[in-house]
Design a protein around this ligand. Structure first.
Ligand SMILES: Nc1ncnc2c1ncn2[C@@H]1O[C@H](COP(=O)(O)OP(=O)(O)OP(=O)(O)O)[C@@H](O)[C@H]1O
Length: 663
């Protein structure tokens, strides 16, 4: 079985790295001597204690790295360097996206490979070093306010929050991190208000770049840069945790004293400026001016990454970590548009058996989500290896966030007219402990290997041994009757026996396949159940969201109406008040002008008035009497008239003798 050459439909080059084991169990994995320079095949054999299984499985990889392989062997041997070269882009051309991921059981050495240890760098650090080494002299000056900064921010299609590293680190730790290392960028005066909630108490936990491992050195690795281009290196980091994407550079880790600050999940979607390509929208992106700045940003993101201790591995990655290095490039003379290519390095969370992990509650749920996403990844990779066998399966990568992020850009798009016409180049490093968990490891090898072969060793059976003895004894016996001689019978028996052995082997292989199919069916059933749960959760979430929105809208409307009502009432009250005021004022004014005080008449005065009225009556009566008298005395009417006229204007008082007497 030859390791198949990587066909164009293949998603990954797949490498296997074995870790030195510290388990006391028997070794179940052996590496075959390769015909070329490097081994490419391994076989796994269940321990002899397991009587049920005798099948030997053989797997092919692009290359197998044994226990003594060093970090630099991986860096040089897995094709990371040509991948970086592809990302930097040939002179005059834009780069090609690259993806490097590690896959394996928990504790098998994924993080060790990707991120290294306290004394050894991992693939991420070496990659960053090579990138900066290549384009350091051609990096654009991108401090705040510089035209390059705004053009970079504008050219970004992912609705990112973009900062320079100095500004980001200073605002996050507030201790002039920029002074920790020489920087090409000037200290900016940015608006980093999104980080301003952060305390600075953890700043001492960020190691200085000089204290970080310096080996292995990549000084001897030369990648040619495009001499006519200027570059910018932009870093972003995110993780997939419980099937949701979270920004690792949002500054949350430094805000530990603000636990109320809830992380917001990001969307993997097409944006307005990138309709044909999905991107993680709304990430924090940092323009790094040097390798040292990039290391500080990396340390900040790693601090953020959720790490919870489990029974399987004391410092286990409970999320899939994505480290993205974007190389942006444009013509240095013409300052044309920026082209961008992405190198994404992924540290996948380890698969584990819940039974082994001794986890509980939330961590067990985490393990469930991790295993589920890895199962989907396994399905996608299985499709790839089936496709190499001639099948034309569609890789079902939209089943979860992890596979979507990993594979969305792996296929040529018919609708894509942008610079990203080349599908990304991908490398998968599978890590395994040859003395670890047989079942978990064989499961991962089955779906990640480029090819697989199952054989059942033919152990001579007891019948065979007996028959072999009998054959020897009766070998030359014949009968004259021409009937079948014992040797002929023995031959027939031997043939039958061989057939039985072949059938037994076949049965064993079918049994193995059956057990695999059963496992797959169970996985599919559990993923179906998980999908249903997810749908139910989603439905509930949407319902809650709608309810909340409705509540808010109703509340707002109610408040608006209440305010309008209050205003109306206030207006009416004010109107009424003003009317009352007017009436009061008018009344007061009227009262001031027209008030007459009525007083009871004086009793003496009233007596006098009564007396006078009586006198008046008496006088009237006298006057009438006199007039009657005079009338009787006057004979002729003419005379009487004359008398009356002459008397008409006489003062009655004088006539009656009143006033004269008084005087
Ligand atoms: N090739 C190796 N050489 C030496 N030590 C190794 C190697 N691979 C792994 N180790 C050690 O094994 C331990 C577990 O490794 P690591 O954390 O990388 O596992 P992992 O696969 O990332 O686990 P998880 O998925 O739980 O995060 C670490 O202490 C690491 O240093």
């Amino acid at each position: 079985m030859e390791p198949p050459p990587r066909p164009s439909s293949s998603l990954f080059d797949v490498f296997l790295r074995l870790r030195p084991s510290n388990s006391g169990d028997a070794r179940f994995l052996s590496v075959e001597e390769g015909e070329g320079n490097h081994p490419t095949h391994i076989t796994i054999k269940p321990s002899s204690a397991d009587n049920r299984k005798r099948a030997v499985e053989r797997f092919a990889f692009t290359q197998v790295f044994e226990e003594d392989a060093r970090q630099m062997d991986l860096f040089k041997g897995t094709g990371v360097i040509p991948m970086i070269e592809g990302v930097m882009g040939a002179p005059g051309h834009c780069g090609r996206d690259g993806l490097l991921a590690t896959l394996g059981c928990t504790g098998s050495g994924k993080s060790h490979t990707i991120l290294g240890t306290k004394s050894q760098r991992g693939l991420v650090q070496m990659t960053l070093d090579v990138v900066f080494q290549t384009c350091e002299d051609q990096l654009v000056q991108s401090f705040y306010g510089a035209p390059a900064f705004s053009s970079l921010a504008t050219a970004d299609v992912s609705e990112a929050h973009m900062f320079t590293a100095t500004a980001y680190l200073d605002s996050l730790y507030g201790d002039n991190q920029s002074e920790r290392f020489p920087s090409r960028a000037q200290t900016p005066i940015p608006d980093c208000s999104i980080f301003s909630l952060g305390g600075t108490s953890r700043s001492n936990k960020i190691p200085r770049p000089s204290t970080l491992p310096q080996t292995p050195s990549v000084a001897d690795i030369q990648i040619p840069a495009d001499p006519s281009a200027e570059y910018a290196v932009v870093m972003s980091m995110y993780e997939v945790y419980n099937d949701r994407i979270f920004d690792l550079l949002s500054g949350n880790a430094t805000r530990k004293q603000h636990p109320s600050v809830k992380r917001r999940a990001l969307l993997f979607k097409s944006t307005e400026s990138s309709p044909e390509r999905k991107v993680v929208a709304g990430l924090t992106k940092i323009i790094c001016g040097s390798f040292e700045e990039a290391m500080m940003v990396l340390e900040t993101g790693l601090m953020e990454r959720k790490v919870a201790g489990t029974g399987s591995n004391a410092v286990s990655s409970r999320s899939h970590g994505f480290f993205s290095i974007e190389v942006k490039k444009r013509d240095a003379e013409r300052k044309g548009p920026w082209s961008s290519s992405n190198l994404t390095i992924v540290d996948l969370a380890g698969s584990e058996r819940a039974r082994n992990a001794k986890t509980a509650g939330e961590t067990l749920a985490e393990a469930g989500k991790i295993n589920e996403s890895l199962m989907y990844l396994g399905q996608c990779m299985q499709m790839q290896s089936d496709n190499q066998g001639g099948s034309k399966n569609i890789v079902p990568f939209r089943q979860c966030k992890l596979t979507e992020l990993l594979f969305s850009n792996s296929f040529p798009s018919s609708t894509r007219h942008t610079q990203h016409h080349q599908p990304q180049k991908s490398i998968m490093v599978v890590t395994a402990d040859p003395q670890g968990d047989f079942n978990a490891t064989s499961q991962i090898l089955r779906y990640s290997a480029l090819a697989r072969e199952v054989t059942v060793p033919r152990i001579p059976s007891t019948t065979q041994t007996i028959l072999a003895g009998a054959t020897h004894r009766y070998a030359n016996t014949t009968t004259s009757s021409g009937r079948t001689t014992p040797s002929a019978v023995l031959e027939e028996l031997e043939g039958a026996n061989a057939e039985i052995a072949r059938l037994a082997a076949e049965i064993e292989i079918f049994a193995l396949r059956l057990s695999e199919e059963t496992a797959r069916r169970k996985a599919a059933e559990s993923s179906w159940a998980a999908a249903e749960d997810h749908m139910a959760d989603l439905e509930q979430e949407i319902r809650d969201e709608c309810y909340q929105e409705m509540e808010t809208a109703v509340d707002q409307e109610r408040r608006r109406w209440q305010t309008a009502l209050d205003n109306e009432q206030d207006n009416q009250q004010a109107h009424l008040d003003s009317k009352i005021d007017v009436v009061i004022r008018a009344t007061k004014a009227q009262l001031k002008q027209e008030v007459k005080v009525y007083e009871d008449p004086d009793p003496e005065l009233r007596d006098r008035v009564d007396e006078l009225e009586r006198e008046n009556e008496v006088l009237k009566a006298r006057l009438e009497a006199r007039e009657r008298e005079a009338h009787q005395r006057t004979a002729s009417p003419v005379k009487r008239m004359r008398v009356l006229k002459s008397k008409k204007w006489e003062d009655p008082e004088r006539t009656l003798g009143f006033g004269v007497d008084d005087e």
